[in-house]
Design a protein around this ligand. Structure first.
Ligand code: ADP
Ligand code: MG
Length: 229
């Protein structure tokens, strides 16, 4: 498999409303290699969500190319994009996006359901994934019975369960108090350093971004800084 998980080449995204054209991303080029941990930051309106949608195969660019694992995705249709999203990208959201009334194990199993794994394989893989986030003792708890930090760990276990090429985290600490947020960041760093997970983390919080080994800053749809710490 390609050493490059992501390669954006001259990517622009223009939103057209009746009144105006908004260039939300303007000729953006950047690549992410396997094993990197990249924090993407910028003020409100800078284009973070637009970038997340493109990198997450939730939308396609107006112009430019996007390669995922070495394969073009900017030309894919809805079905092709959906397959990449389920099989190659693990999403972690600010609000966890778990189903509150099914067990942690079943939440983590969901991507395996869509991919057609047997019941036995689903249980085995979901348990292994919960163990990776140190929640092996909470498999039958429902998210509604868990703390915010535990919920986010279940969401991270779900993101890991397909062994994706990329973990894409959107403000993963945004709904957590500072102490628990720091624990979640530590877990993400550990998954990157010790288990080789490739992570792109989007945050408006500069202090969080600055902790990442590589920081990409965007303003008005352009990359204004791309630095290694
Ligand atoms: P951020 O997530 O950094 O706050 P966004 O990517 O949401 O930035 O927005 C970048 C720019 O694109 C902003 O000017 C925003 O108003 C505009 N924008 C975002 N989504 C749409 C849309 N669906 N239609 C029109 N304009 C949009
Ligand atoms: Mg946004």
């Amino acid at each position: 498999m390609s050493d490059r998980v992501l390669d954006l080449q001259g990517v622009s995204k223009i939103y057209r409303t009746e009144a105006e054209e908004i260039r939300a991303l303007d000729n953006v080029s950047f690549a992410v290699n396997r094993g990197e941990f990249v924090g993407v930051t910028g003020p409100s309106g800078s284009g973070k969500s637009t970038l997340l949608h493109l990198v997450g195969c939730l939308d396609t660019p107006s112009s430019g190319q996007i390669l995922f694992d070495g394969n073009p995705v900017h030309t894919l249709g809805d079905q092709g994009l959906a397959t990449i999203r389920n099989e190659r990208i693990g999403f972690v959201f600010q609000n966890f996006n778990l189903l509150p009334r099914i067990s942690a194990l079943n939440n983590v199993s969901l991507p395996l359901n869509y991919a057609g794994y047997s019941r036995k394989e689903r249980s085995r893989k979901a348990l292994a994934s919960l163990e990776r986030v140190r929640l092996g003792h909470r498999t039958s708890h429902k998210p509604s019975q868990m703390s915010g930090g535990e919920r986010q760990r279940v969401a991270i276990a779900r993101a890991l369960v397909m062994e994706p090429s990329l973990i894409l985290a959107d403000e993963p600490t945004g709904n957590l108090d500072q102490k628990v947020g720091t624990e979640i960041m530590s877990l993400l760093f550990e998954l990157n350093r010790e288990q080789g997970a490739t992570i792109v983390l989007i945050t408006h919080d500069m202090a969080i971004a600055q902790k990442c080994p590589r920081v990409v800053s965007i303003r008005d749809g352009k990359i204004v800084e791309d630095s290694l710490s």
